[in-house]
Design a binder for this molecule. Structure first.
Ligand SMILES: [Zn+2]
Length: 404
């Protein structure tokens, strides 16, 4: 039993800050939230005076396994594995207690984290990133057939691009993803920025191919998430039953309304757009023109989603060897739609999108994933982008970071 005292509470439900409360956790669960005058002698106390207590953050669009972007061919697999592990630790240190892995990282890492072997967020893996031949994610040289093994396709470690063509192949690939520990599936249904052989405007996968994945996911009580920048891809995805649309860069009002009507969700990824804008060297020279439209498009999508009452999650899409600044997503979104909505998006709404009703808020009965931060994130949402200001992290009822 542990009693958390002295902090202001921002519970993630959208309720305003509360003071003078004590939160009691026991056996990985939040047991009570009461006024801190009541005393319990059998509990260990954690004095969080001056801090703000809130739910552990959730990143609904992580790529812990995309650690090599340029020189991957020459990087030893051991180095890739070590970078993944280091990035998992960084993620937890930044206050993210859960991430949805949007493609590539093997489910084995979820087991490694869950068993306490390495510190990291609770991982919801998607298994291999499913794409079409010549689509976003197919990075193989055109003069070779798709290799079963390459720097970014190492079964059991990372499988960043897995080309699949035809509904039957999709069914098999989906089942294979579940064999690799996927909790949902990830498809690339439009062109992307870091692609060799497509344009952002392109649509990828037929309705039948997407539907095969959707059916396989539904049979396992889960869903399909899809990388989609343009509205033609989103509309085709809606027709096939895709649930979670990632990026949504060129979203328009009609499509936002249609998504809301279908009960689909949007996960914009403002962080990667900003990072690419700030550092052009991160993107190959011939793809830099694509970056220009990314941030303005996605910012517009965020505003539209709010206007149309579309469920909007929070994802960073952070890639690279040293993944820092995951909490930027909340600051960037707060600048567009306000701090409260940005925070709720990265906590309660993300939990709902991930179909984890046990996560995302500080309420009795929920999983004890909590963070205590130095300052008021409603007044200063960008503090969540600074791991130094994430003072305490509690995951599954255990204190995993304490810088008091
Ligand atoms: Zn992504």
């Amino acid at each position: 039993m542990m009693r958390l005292l002295g902090a202001s509470l921002l519970d993630g439900t959208g309720a305003e800050l509360r003071t003078g409360v004590a939160v009691e956790i026991d056996d990985r669960t939040i047991r009570s939230i009461e006024s801190d005058g009541s005393t319990r002698s059998d509990a260990t106390t954690l004095d969080l005076g001056g801090l703000t207590l809130m739910p552990g953050l959730i990143d609904a669009h992580a790529h812990h396994g995309i650690v090599e972007v340029h020189d991957a061919d020459r990087t030893p697999l051991a180095v890739i594995a070590a970078r993944v592990v280091a990035n998992l630790a960084r993620t937890l240190d930044a206050g993210f207690t859960t991430t949805r892995e949007m493609g590539g990282l093997d489910g084995g890492f979820a087991a490694a984290v869950a068993s306490g072997l390495v510190p990291g967020p609770r991982l919801l893996p998607s298994g291999p990133l499913l794409c079409t031949t010549a689509g976003h994610g197919d990075l193989s040289p055109a003069f070779l057939p798709h290799p079963t093994h390459s720097h970014d396709r190492v079964p059991g470690l990372v499988q960043n691009g897995h080309p699949v063509d035809g509904p039957d192949a999709m069914r098999q690939a989906a089942r294979n993803a579940f064999r690799h520990g996927a909790t949902q599936l990830k498809l690339c249904i439009s062109g992307g920025v870091v692609s060799h052989t497509d344009r952002m405007e392109d649509v990828q996968f037929s309705v039948e191919e997407m539907r095969a994945a959707v059916e396989e996911a539904r049979d396992r009580q889960t869903y399909v998430a899809a990388h989609a920048h343009n509205v033609a891809a989103i509309r085709r995805g809606l027709e096939a039953g895709v649930h979670s649309f990632e990026h949504g860069t060129f979203l328009d009002a009609e499509t936002a309304a249609l998504m809301a009507e279908c009960g689909a969700v949007l996960v914009p990824t403002l962080t990667i757009a900003r990072l690419w804008m700030n550092d052009a060297s991160a993107v190959p020279p011939e793809r830099r023109d694509r970056v220009a439209s990314l941030e303005s498009g996605m910012s517009n999508a965020v505003r539209l989603a709010k206007e149309f009452g579309l469920t909007m999650g929070s994802g960073s899409d952070l890639i690279g060897p040293e993944q820092t600044g995951r909490g930027m997503e909340i600051g960037l979104k707060a600048d567009l739609i306000g701090a409260m909505d940005a925070i709720v998006s990265a906590t309660a709404v993300n939990a709902r999108i991930l179909r984890r009703p046990d996560l995302g808020t500080v309420e009795v009965g929920k999983r004890a994933d909590l963070i205590a931060v130095d300052g008021d994130p409603l007044a200063e949402p960008w503090l969540l982008a600074d791991p130094e200001r994430v003072v305490v992290v509690i995951q599954d009822g255990r204190v995993v970071k304490d810088r008091r």
